[in-house]
Design a protein around this ligand. Sequence first.
Ligand code: GAP
Length: 643
Amino acid sequence: MAEPKINELMEKIVSLCKRRGFIYQSSEIYGGIGGFWDYGPLGAELKRNVKDLWWRTMVHEREDVAGLEATIIMAPQIWKASGHVDTFSDPMCDCLLTKKRFRADQIEPQSGTAYTYVGALGPGWREAWRELIGGDPPEERFVTLAPDALRLLEAFQAKTPATANPAWYDAAEFPVLVARGKHPEYGAKYARQFYTLRGTPDPTLILGGTEEVRDSTRFNPDNGAGLTEARPFNLMFKTVVGPVESDENVAYLRPETAQAIFAQFKNVLETSRQKVPFGIAQVGKAFRNEVTPRNFTFRSREFEQMELEFFIRPDEVIEAICGRVATVAEGSWSGEPQPDWGWEVWHKYWVEQRIRFYEGVGLPRTTLKEYWQKPEELAHYARATVDILFTFPFSKRDETGELTGEELEGIAARSDFDLSQHQRHSGKPMTVFDEELKAAWAKLDKPRQDDLWRRYCEARLKYLTKTARTPEEKEKAGAQARADADGLAKGWYVPHVIEPSAGVDRLILALLTNAYAEDEAPDDKGKLEKRVVMRFHPRIAPIKVAVFPLLKNRPELVAKAREVVNLLRPQMSVFYDDTGAIGRRYRRQDEAGTPFGVTIDFDTLGEKGPELKDTVTLRDRDTMKQERVKISDLPTLLLQKAR
Ligand code: GAP
């Protein structure tokens, strides 16, 4: 079958999501609310399977990761320490005409002629002229053109404040872009709307000038109207804790789950009996007041994250203990973790682990890309960040026409920034004591000790000066860095961290778009018809198996089918369906992405001979092939296939 076009494909997926109960618009009966989505029965199962699988892979199957489930609202100081209060913002601008808000860095560049209207005169301007300036007003044809019109405006403004009477004039500036080939009247129409909305009825426009512009992002791409200057807009949702609405009671809905992990680092370390290197994992809701939520659930205002903070020894510690730090080029990152791994190898290891996870949930490696952020794109504390991209149908294409992909997950090597920030802001130590380091340090020769001491001191100094909040803190940075390096020599340090941070909702969207397929299947009369099938990996499919009695009106078939349901239900999600022709029932399950269908027919009852008694047909969703299987073998067989 021909491939559906990209936007058509997204439309089909969005419509299937609603039709089959994967995803609905939140508060739909009230017209919806932008950037919020609800997961229906199938979506809820899919999401649960994905989160469970992440937890199994990241926590249960490892000895070096412990879990956490923290609150969504935390002490606001956490967000001050993390930098979110001061810097977690998007540049934002508003359309001067419609007030629609845009992210300044996401505006499509446009070219054309920019008309700048410097004001407008209202219907009473002639009388105002006589009253305020005296004598006869100039002829109409002069007033719409600068400089005469400007002189007129200036004369008015000199006599009366700009807001005195909008029916006379309005001196606000309104730029508008008219694309090449379009009539200037196109811009004038919006300018008239602008002044009318501001209170000047039937405005006579005053044009200040025109300018040819190329690739400008200063205009609303929908109508060409000018945009306000970009201003930072903090993305955190604010709320108030307790009954008094005061500044001291302001708190935030967490914009990421990670900070709770840092804040609870010491508690988890002490209660989990873990030692660095180890990780803390958390899955949970995060909230960001995104300026432009878009692409279905891709950029939402409420979403879920699956985050791991994996704490490691600083490289100086590895060197002191192991005498060396392994390099990525040696290739050990693809195997089991080793004691001589520094941040670079741990980082590479987690990138590989995470890609394997995505493959394991059914996203082929060919749909995934690694984007290694360039040095100039990195946050000042980050040593490296890799974004794992998935090629969504709405992804942009590069110069070669290839889909570039959109971020599913970021894997960042964040140095000791986060724990250091919380140490500094809370006044509580975030250092760990490492017996092995203390013992190893004592055995190092003096030049080696000095070298490691100096390098650690320099790294701490860099952090401390960059993040100093007061001149005094900056002044004390040197002494503090030396104290930190002295601590290292005694076995103490602030752990560094590697952070694989994934979005649940983006992964669900990737799985939905990857699973969507159209092919042909025979109907009940054998005629080929179009089939929509969601080819989820059985591991994450919302329903693992559907059970169908061939005929609804044969109690023996129904009873046997119910028996099969009861056999399977304790082990997996099962759907029972006895309504409609069998082909239609298959089609419904194909759209739900159910990988297996079990049909109970007359052979199952032994009507065609004892050898087929208690066997059923097992249908594979993707190949549509059917095999005869013993009912008693079903649980093991299906569990094996869905593992
Ligand atoms: N703690 C690091 C952190 O939060 P991030 O890159 O801002 O890093 C991590 O977010 C992941 O969370 C992203 O890769 C994405 O999958 C998901 N995410 C972020 N903002 C989102 C949004 N507005 N809607 C849906 N998912 C989002």
